[in-house]
Design a protein around this ligand. Structure first.
Ligand SMILES: NC(=O)C1=CN([C@@H]2O[C@H](COP(=O)(O)OP(=O)(O)OC[C@H]3O[C@@H](n4cnc5c(N)ncnc54)[C@H](OP(=O)(O)O)[C@@H]3O)[C@@H](O)[C@H]2O)C=CC1
Ligand SMILES: O=C1O[C@H](COP(=O)(O)O)[C@@H](O)[C@H](O)[C@H]1O
Length: 491
């Protein structure tokens, strides 16, 4: 089927993600004329309400979460008129039958189902859809993260869904893949001739990936505690970024070629052990402090009890393949960091031989020679900066070098272009059936296999989170993790 799905069925429609991201994204797509004619949105949650009551809730969410200049009352009225609400408890077969009545006669034109519910409901929901006759070759199913909490449980979820859908119908969402800046990594690497020859152990000293957040638990206590930063952020978003940085060039931009290369990189991650986690990983948990001038409470206070869940993690990872032999990938992510800042830093090696120092050695003679650094800022700003060496103007007998920045601000270069919500891209691709920016089963499982090795290592070696004051880049051991190697975090 080449036409986009004519019906979008959203489970979890009363939830936080639907209100903040999914409805605003659908609204934007409608406003830009990107939804098919005669499009129907069937929204479902456990709560009982009628179409009108739910439409009012969606309108309120649009007013709250769209930028003020995006909300247009006429478009919003057209948008909510597309939505019907049907209460369904995932375990209630009768309610699935009522849901099917809403979609009656439309299945041939394609149904895209989106599961924005807790993952424990994915398989029962798929079962309910099947029993109600809603699964046909024209049905697709999208699932939010997390897929499980370890490799074993992710296999159970994948098996449950896989029993009713073939892989080509399954769209595992990682919203980072919908971000322009993450897709731009592919453009940077494979749309330019100058980076690829240097993109390996010969020229690269190390790679840093940082995803810093200033927020704390944000009311997601019941989800987050026991999950922690490693499972919440590294297992999915950060490993997806790492796989795009590390993969071999795919033959073409299609779902199989791209995902084949990503999974090879993920499978090459060196597993950790109880011995190696002690020097390759740091766990942290925030305590009271100040973020952006505001005093905030600690994690345990927000939770109401002590906990061993990490809100920060830093890792030194190795990818055991030809390209990346000996190149450490330093990853760190945390809540209550000093800034919301996500970036990738490619630290190149020094030039092989310095012609500038008095004795010909690199860095000798105080000439200021430094290795090149490529900084790719993903958010909140979007830019690519390359630090290169230039001659400082002057008449000194010995050439003095200074770093200058080649600065490509994507925000400025594309100033006329509206920044899209990541979910807009993903929903559009789901409707169109393009899986390139969705995560394949083998990728999720390779990600979990590596994460499990760290969690097992932590358990066996009894590694607990170290305290860090909110507003800092994690515990001091996270700084030591990289400084031991003679490098430092690019803050
Ligand atoms: N919020 C976020 O920023 C992010 C969330 N996610 C993931 O997205 C999913 C949804 O998250 P979020 O919106 O925050 O969660 P919420 O807890 O806010 O919403 C959960 C939704 O699931 C519905 N639900 C709960 N139990 C049942 C049931 N037995 N049968 C049918 N529906 C049920 C709820 O319906 P009702 O309210 O009517 O009871 C509600 O619509 C989760 O998997 C989460 O991990 C992923 C990335 C970010
Ligand atoms: O998936 C998640 O992502 C958000 C961070 O997303 P971003 O787009 O704002 O960078 C994180 O806050 C949340 O804990 C996690 O579940």
């Amino acid at each position: 089927m080449t036409e986009p799905s004519a019906t979008f069925l959203l489970f979890g429609a009363t939830g936080d993600l639907a209100r903040r991201m999914i409805f605003p994204s659908l609204y934007n797509l409608l406003s830009d004329g990107l939804l098919p004619d005669d499009f129907l949105i069937v929204a479902s949650g456990r709560s009982d309400m009628d179409d009108e009551a739910f439409r009012k809730e969606v309108d309120a969410a649009l007013r709250q979460f769209l930028p003020a200049d995006r909300y247009d009352g006429d478009v919003a009225a057209r948008f909510v008129a597309l939505i019907g609400y049907q209460p369904v408890d995932a375990g209630n077969a009768d309610q699935f039958a009522k849901l099917a009545e809403r979609i009656d006669g439309r299945l041939e034109r394609g149904l895209s189902v989106y599961l924005s519910t807790p993952p424990s409901l994915f398989a029962p929901t798929a079962q309910g859809l099947s029993e109600a006759g809603l699964i046909t070759p024209h049905t697709r199913i999208a699932m939010e993260k997390p897929i499980g909490k370890d490799l074993a449980s992710s296999k159970i979820v994948n098996d449950g869904i896989g029993a009713l859908f073939v892989e080509e119908q399954i769209f595992r969402v990682d919203h980072y893949l919908g971000k322009e800046t993450v897709q731009n990594l592919l453009a940077l690497r494979f749309g330019n001739v100058m980076f690829e020859p240097l993109w390996n152990t010969t020229a690269i000293d190390h790679v840093q990936i940082t995803v810093g957040e200033t927020v704390g638990l944000e009311g997601r206590v019941s989800y987050y505690d026991g999950v922690g930063a490693l499972r919440d952020m590294v297992q999915n978003h950060m490993l997806q970024i790492l796989s795009i940085i590390a993969m071999e060039p795919p033959a073409r931009m299609d779902p199989t070629a791209v995902r084949d290369e990503k999974v090879k990189a993920l499978r090459s991650l060196r597993p950790m052990t109880a011995e190696t986690v002690k020097h390759l990983s740091v766990r942290g948990q925030y305590t009271p402090g100040a973020v952006g001038g505001q005093i905030v409470t600690g994690y345990a206070d927000e939770l109401g009890q002590p906990s061993d869940t990490e809100t920060f993690v830093a890792l030194k990872a190795y990818i055991d393949n030809w390209r990346w032999q000996g190149v450490p990938f330093y990853l760190r992510t945390g809540k209550r960091m000093p800034a919301r800042q996500s970036e990738i830093v490619i630290q190149f090696k020094p030039v092989r031989h310095s012609i500038f120092g008095r004795d010909g050695q690199h860095g000798a003679g105080g000439t200021g020679l430094e290795p090149n650094t490529l900084v790719i800022r993903l958010q909140p700003e979007e830019y690519i900066r390359l630090q290169i060496m230039t001659k400082r103007p002057g008449l000194e007998r010995q050439v003095q070098l200074e770093e200058v920045t080649l600065d490509v601000s994507l925000t400025a270069a594309f100033a006329g272009q509206r920044r899209r919500i990541a979910y807009e891209r993903l929903i559009l691709d789901l409707l169109a059936g393009d899986q390139t920016l969705f995560v394949r089963r083998d990728e999720v499982e390779a990600q979990w296999a590596w994460i499990d090795s760290i969690i097992d290592g932590w358990r066996e070696a009894n590694v607990k989170p170290a305290a860090y004051s909110s507003g800092n880049w994690g515990p001091s051991s996270a700084i030591a993790l990289i400084e031991r190697d003679g490098a430092s975090w690019h803050d």
